[in-house]
Ligand binder design. Structure first.
Ligand SMILES: Cc1cc2nc3c(=O)[nH]c(=O)nc-3n(C[C@H](O)[C@H](O)[C@H](O)COP(=O)(O)OP(=O)(O)OC[C@H]3O[C@@H](n4cnc5c(N)ncnc54)[C@H](O)[C@@H]3O)c2cc1C
Length: 462
């Protein structure tokens, strides 16, 4: 029986291990996780009646794989409350609801008239190069105001990143594809809308007058007991195949077999999958192949801290009637944004209380994320106080610090991936997995886990 070792027990490694186990292809699978808990960046903690997410708080339900995985695992996803569809941007010193339709957008004062008219020119903007920074792409197509007020906070919200050096192709591949396929974003939207209408008409004709159920758009989805339900369940299904507190230091190769070295053991494997952060994989491969290790160590990470504030509701003047808000950098604030977690999902706070989760740091202000707890708490409080009309100190506070939290797909990321793919051809049975390469969302980690499982299984028969 061939032996496979997966290094890293975050969502990527656990999904891959579980899918391989399910396929029952005669592989002896083990996961080596350095921490004493599985889950990596997915980590839910109960504190004084509040359910705090240290990292990810959910996934969008518009990609089927994670939902499919939940079904197989027998866990029930929970969709975000209807109320939380309303999202806000903190702009011009106040919270502005994000318009939900083009008409509402035109009527809103989110952008100046000049900025809105500039956006209309997108229709005739020429196609850009194969890749460029997020900022260059948006300025070229939609104008600088759209970048600063709309796309910059979105890049912060997802990557805690800087649009001026991130790659549009790697960070927002669908947006770049729409430009390449349809010649522009508005052109693409019009075509997609037309196709959707035609599809709906066809379905209606087929089904008579019965109600047509349109596939759900992206609704944030988690679990009653938090995002960790998914990784805990995967870990439970893997049982003794998952080794905790097992940090892999290096690998070597002898003939066709790899030797995986931890501080107290060396284990032989036919297949090794490094599903840990890129910088950790770089360390493991340092003495194995510097041509593999170097591009891995060149993938930077942003530092992020998460501040959870729990409040009795009457101490918060704002109704918290929505998802939360993001802050564009032009506002000159220190916080990246705040999610109103107890307004999004049930069971995040005891009745009568609210849970606010604020992100600080990111690629533009990495030092802020690594300040002392006291400094972060007072900074977040000072910034939130006028925005949400906070009337007192929070009843519960937790600060979660993530050094090297989120990989940054900078301009040139796809070229780095090509170099890695090419170099890996020299090492049959050695693979890279995880969020450092082709998507950082929980959905991406799950989808890529399934994809890699297929690739590994295909390789067994060659
Ligand atoms: C603050 C924050 C908020 C986020 N919010 C969301 C969100 O709302 N929705 C969403 O979809 N995504 C979100 N993400 C992103 C998402 O959580 C991650 O991309 C995803 O969980 C990464 O999973 P992974 O398994 O690829 O990596 P990781 O979770 O980093 O797992 C890698 C594992 O490898 C282990 N490891 C490292 N070195 C070694 C070694 N030498 N030997 C053995 N093991 C090792 C680590 O301990 C870790 O457990 C968020 C991320 C952060 C940080």
């Amino acid at each position: 029986m061939k032996r496979a070792i997966i290094v890293g027990g975050g969502l990527s490694g656990l999904t891959l291990a579980y899918v391989l186990q399910q396929k029952n292809v005669g592989l002896d699978i083990s996961v080596y996780e350095s921490d004493d808990r599985p889950g990596g960046k997915i980590w839910t903690e109960k504190n004084e009646g509040f359910l705090c997410e240290k990292g990810a708080n959910g996934f969008l339900d518009n990609k089927p794989r994670t939902l499919e995985l939940c079904k197989i695992l027998g866990i029930d996803p929970v969709r975000s409350n209807e109320n939380s569809k309303k999202r806000f941007i903190f702009l011009n010193g106040k919270l502005n609801a994000l318009p939900e339709s083009p008409t509402a957008f035109i009527k809103s004062d989110l952008l100046s008239w000049r900025g809105k008219l500039r956006m209309l020119l997108e229709y005739n903007a020429p196609k850009g190069p194969d890749d460029e920074t997020v900022a260059d792409f948006i300025i070229r197509r939609l104008g600088r105001e759209a970048l600063e007020k709309l796309i910059d906070p979105m890049t912060s919200g997802i990557y805690a990143g800087d649009p001026y050096n991130m790659s549009i192709k790697s960070c927002f591949p669908r947006i770049k594809e729409l430009e390449q396929e349809h010649g522009g974003l508005f052109k693409a939207l019009l075509k997609i809308r037309k196709q959707k209408k035609q599809h709906l008409r066809a379905v209606k004709q087929k089904e008579g007058d019965s109600k047509v159920s349109v596939a759900p758009g992206g609704t944030l989805t988690s679990f009653f007991n938090g995002a960790q339900t998914l990784t805990d369940t995967l870990a439970e299904k893997l049982g003794t195949r998952l080794n905790l507190g097992a940090e892999v230091h290096s690998i070597t190769k002898n003939g066709n077999a790899y030797q995986v070295h931890t501080s107290n053991s060396t284990v032989e494997a036919d297949i090794v999958i490094l599903a840990c952060p890129a910088y950790a994989s770089a360390g493991i491969l340092k003495d194995f192949d510097s041509d593999l290790s170097k591009p891995l160590s060149d993938i930077p990470y942003s530092h992020v801290s998460v501040a959870c504030f729990g409040y009795r509701k009457e101490k918060v003047g704002h109704p918290l009637n929505g998802f939360g808000f993001l802050v564009p950098h032009i506002e000159g604030r220190k916080i990246l944004g705040t999610l109103w977690d107890s307004s999004i999902f049930p069971n995040r706070a005891t009745e009568g209380y609210a849970l606010l989760r604020t992100m600080v740091g990111g690629a533009k202000s990495p030092d802020i994320a690594m300040q002392t707890d006291e400094k972060i708490i007072s900074m977040v409080f000072d910034e939130l106080k006028p925005i949400l009309t906070l009337k007192a100190d929070p009843d519960m506070v937790r600060i979660y610090r993530w050094q090297k939290a989120i990989p940054q797909y900078l301009l040139g990321h796809s070229a780095k991936l090509k170099i890695l793919d090419e170099r890996l051809k020299a090492y049959p049975g050695l693979y890279l997995a995880g969020n450092a390469y082709r998507g950082i969302g929980m959905n991406d980690c799950v989808e890529n886990g399934y994809r890699l499982a297929d690739e590994i299984i295909a390789s067994l028969s060659t």
